[in-house]
Structure formats: structure tokens, C-alpha cells
Design a protein around this ligand. Structure first.
Ligand SMILES: [Zn+2]
Length: 293
């Protein structure tokens, strides 16, 4: 008589665990289907391969100018540790991401910018870390936002909108390279870095999606999604002192912050769960003030 009881208990346990994991996947920012326009730009594998060439070319140019941080650079170690926490949650937004050859590099440049090219190739400029005094949560928000553009294939979508049907033929041209978030025409004289990242601007809809997907990725990895609000407020303040590159392609606005605030109730419970905290008793988020100069 005992056996069936045990069987039911086990069955209940299995059902309970699967309900939990299902719940874990369904909360947060809802996953929507991706724009069909991206298919106009050709095959994903080909697109990602071309973007790898662009990234390697950019790194080569930067290496020649001694502008790539070495493996032992503490800021690079920090960036890679943050990426390692975010990446496991990427496949929720694009199943292909599980197979991507992810890379993270730090460019020794004062430029306030960061980007993630199709296929998961991330670069941060030192300027964004230093001039904004970013906390780890804020770095995760920038990285999550940039990863989200790659995951949701916004570059392919943009290329599709521009009716680029043969990416391979265009990639070596200045116009084509802009589609991959790096514009080699624009030199960064101060640091001697030839490539200036994130020359690509996306639509408002893509920007809004990247903000929300980025918050979702960060929250699952245990980074406070409220850092997103602090980040954009800091961006606005720094930009008042001196226009920054990141804002030329990412206009800051009340809409952007409002959109993040409107969705905060969806991601805060995800963050609380990741940290093992009570969602109703989360301590306030504390940013770090901007440097004085
Ligand atoms: Zn963006």
C-alpha cells in the first residue's frame, strides 16, 4: 500500500518543480516574436560571420595602437565576470545565442560607449566606466541593453529595412560596416582607436525593446534593474557637460526612463528571486555619484 503513495508524492513533487521552472520562464518581460524584416538581410549565420570579421578587424586596428586592454586589466576582468552572469539567460530571447562565440573586450579610450555585435561580440570603451562611475549593476544594464540588440537581431532588421539584400557584398564598404555597429570611418583621435563603436542607430521601438530585454537579463543574473533608471539619469547629466557618443545613437528621454519604470514591477520579483530576497522588502538602489570633473 505504501508504494502508490510514494509514487503520488513523487509525481506531485515532479509537477510542482516543473510548475516552478515554468513560472521562472514565464515571469519577467514577456518574450515576443522577432521582426520578420531581419530575414531580408539574408542568412543569420552569414550575417554573424561578417560581423565577426568586422569585430576582428576593429580589434586588430586597436591592437596596433595599443588600445586593447590586456587580460589582466581589472576593469576587463570585471566586465567578463558580469558578462558570464548575463549570458546564461540570453537563449530565452534567441535560442541561437547558446551557440554563440561570446567575446568581451575593453578598449583604452575615453569614448563613452559600448556595443555588442551580432553573434555576441562585446566591446566597452574605458570612458563609459570611468566618466559615469558605473556600478556593477549599471554595467550590467549597459551590457544587457547592447546584448539585447544582438539577441533580437536589430542590426539585421535595420539592414532589412534598408533593403540590403546582399550583406556580403556591402560589408567591406563604409556603408555596410555601419550596419554592424562599428563605423571605421570615424577615428578616435584622442586614443588612436580607429573604430568608433555603435555608429548604428536603431528605431525607437528597438531601443525600447533593448532597454526591457536588458533589464530582464540583468534581473535574472541578480543585478538590480533599478540601476537602469540611475544609468540613464547619469548619462543625461554627463551629456550636459560634454556630448557623449552613446547618446548620439541612444537619445535619452523621459520616455525611455518612463518605459523602464512602467515595466519595473515585472522584473523586480525576478531580481528578488535571483538574490533570495523578499520582493516586498527590497533595499533601495544606491548608485555612485559622477566623478567631479
Ligand atoms: Zn540601443
Amino acid at each position: 500500500m505504501r508504494k502508490p503513495k510514494l509514487k503520488y508524492a513523487l509525481l506531485a513533487l515532479v509537477l510542482c518543480t516543473s510548475a516552478l521552472s515554468l513560472h521562472a520562464q514565464n515571469d519577467g518581460i514577456p518574450v515576443t516574436s522577432m521582426s520578420r524584416l531581419r530575414n531580408v538581410a539574408g542568412d543569420t549565420a552569414q550575417f554573424n560571420q561578417q560581423s565577426k570579421l568586422q569585430y576582428d578587424q576593429m580589434l586588430n586596428e586597436a591592437h596596433k595602437k595599443d588600445a586593447v586592454a590586456t587580460e589582466r586589466n581589472p576593469q576587463l576582468i570585471r566586465l567578463r565576470a558580469i558578462a558570464k552572469r548575463l549570458i546564461p539567460y540570453a537563449a530565452r530571447w534567441n535560442p541561437d545565442a547558446a551557440k554563440w562565440d561570446w567575446q568581451v573586450n575593453l578598449l583604452k579610450s575615453d569614448t563613452v560607449n559600448a556595443f555588442c555585435m551580432p553573434g555576441g561580440r562585446i566591446a566597452f570603451y574605458n570612458g563609459i566606466l570611468v566618466k559615469l562611475n558605473l556600478t556593477d549593476d549599471e554595467v550590467a544594464m549597459v551590457m544587457g541593453h547592447e546584448i539585447a540588440h544582438a539577441l533580437r537581431e536589430h542590426a539585421r532588421e535595420q539592414a532589412g529595412k534598408n533593403a540590403v539584400t546582399n550583406v556580403g557584398a556591402r560589408i567591406l564598404g563604409a556603408l555596410g560596416s555601419a550596419y554592424f555597429g562599428v563605423d571605421p570611418r570615424v577615428g578616435d583621435a584622442a586614443a588612436g582607436v580607429v573604430a568608433k563603436g555603435a555608429a548604428l542607430s536603431y528605431s525607437r521601438g528597438d531601443e525600447s525593446e533593448a532597454d526591457l530585454v536588458g533589464m530582464d537579463l540583468a534581473a535574472r543574473a541578480g543585478f538590480d534593474p533599478r540601476a537602469g533608471i540611475a544609468l540613464w539619469q547619469k548619462m543625461g547629466q554627463v551629456n550636459q557637460r560634454q556630448p557623449i557618443g552613446f547618446l548620439s545613437t541612444h537619445p535619452t528621454s523621459k520616455d525611455r526612463i518612463q518605459n523602464m519604470q512602467d515595466h519595473m514591477h515585472l522584473v523586480l520579483p525576478v531580481y528578488a528571486r535571483a538574490k533570495g530576497l523578499d520582493p516586498n522588502k527590497l533595499p533601495a538602489y544606491h548608485s555612485i555619484a559622477l566623478p567631479r570633473s
